[in-house]
Design a protein. Structure first.
Length: 376
């Protein structure tokens, strides 16, 4: 009889498994550094299904944030609590140092991204697998699997992969609800950015979860994800945050941080004492993360209409270079200027008329913009 996901996670921390890891190499599977429900579900599903496929070589799922930040992701906490899984059963960024010290450099499977990120890179010797739906960075050609396909949710790709690979696909039922939740959030209840892989996964979920009320499940997840009650502005700006390293035309590197939030800029202004407070918080986040450019991408629904905004601040990039970057972004993302502040840190905010462009599209566009500039 297959272990539950909870039992599998508990076993990973048991002395028996720790002895097994000593026969190395130790494998991990990690989602991206935003650690949203898609990344977490994809990592947990991959690790659990891999264990069912080959119990002699368990893979450790890593959540790509510090342990203390899990509470900011209320949708994930709620989804895991439904399965009686608590924070102490999970592995986080800070666990990588212990794993490396104990077992040496790690081998990694990447899900929901296809390039090692800075928080994980120092601990990984080799990337052995990739399942992702972001722009292909054309790295790790020998990875197996190496599936990078456009889809609404990476969890759909992971679920479909193991459905085809497992001798007993019924064992997928244990993680079906978790993967379904990620797909529901990423596709707005299978109504937005749905691709064939999402449809295929949806059919599998329907077969495995006969009594699931998907609409009700989606609404609860959405409610938990959007619930910012009690969070500080700093909490919100790191709740769904990713970093990127982009090259300029002269091969200089700029570190870029992008925070995605579910409220409009006006909400921040009215909730946290005005525009100046928000701008200071962005500058503070830029310094804390030690990035050269810090962006905030807002997304929300107003009277049934989907809206987006983009805010950008930088203290280290000169104004001329910043304006060149913004010129490119304004054209590609259909940006309309809301506010520009040049006293102190450069700060700009825009309405983003290309509402289809989420961080998944904004980041590569920004990468293209940066590669054309020459820093003084």
């Amino acid at each position: 009889m297959s272990k539950s996901l909870k039992e599998f996670l508990q076993c990973l921390k048991s002395k028996l498994f720790q002895e097994q890891f000593k026969h190395g190499p130790v494998y991990i599977v990690c989602g991206n550094s935003s650690a949203d429900l898609d990344s977490v579900a994809s990592a947990l599903t991959y690790a659990y299904c891999s264990y069912n496929n080959n119990p002699k070589h368990p893979i450790i799922p890593i959540i790509g944030i510090p342990r203390l930040d899990l509470h900011l992701r209320r949708d994930i906490v709620w989804a895991l609590e439904r399965m009686n899984i608590t924070e102490d059963m999970l592995f986080f960024l800070e666990d990588l140092q212990h794993l490396k010290n104990e077992y040496g450099l790690l081998h990694a499977v990447l899900v929901d991204h296809n390039q090692l990120e800075s928080g994980v890179r120092p601990y990984v010797e080799k990337v052995t697998g990739i399942i992702d739906h972001h722009k292909d960075e054309h790295l790790y050609p020998s990875a197996d699997p190496r599936e990078i396909t456009k889809t609404g949710s990476c969890s759909s790709l992971v679920f479909n992969y193991w459905n085809q690979k497992l001798a007993n696909p019924y064992s997928l039922k244990e993680v079906a609800c978790l993967s379904l939740g990620a797909a529901l959030i990423d596709t707005s209840n299978f109504k937005y950015k749905v691709e064939q892989s999402d449809i295929d996964a949806s059919h599998l979920y329907s077969k495995l979860l006969l009594n699931m009320n998907e609409a009700q499940y989606y609404e609860k997840l959405r409610q938990e994800k959007d619930n910012l009650k009690g969070f500080t502005i700093q909490d919100i700006l790191r709740k769904d945050y990713k970093e990127f390293l982009f090259e300029t035309s002269e091969n200089n590197k700029l570190r870029v941080g992008i925070a995605s939030v579910v409220k409009p800029l006006e909400w921040f202004h009215s909730t946290f004492k005005g525009e100046e407070c928000f701008e200071k918080a962005c500058s503070s986040a830029e310094r804390k993360h030690e990035v050269d450019i810090f962006l905030v991408l807002t997304a929300w629904v107003n009277n049934g209409e989907f809206k987006r905004e983009l805010a950008l601040t930088s203290t280290s990039v000169d104004k001329e270079s910043l304006l060149e970057i913004l010129k490119y972004l304004r054209n590609k993302l259909q940006l309309e200027l809301i506010r520009q502040e040049s006293d102190g840190p450069h700060f700009f905010s825009f309405r983003q008329l290309d509402v289809a462009a989420s961080r998944k599209q904004v980041a590569p566009t920004l990468k293209d913009a940066i590669k054309f500039i020459q820093l003084p």
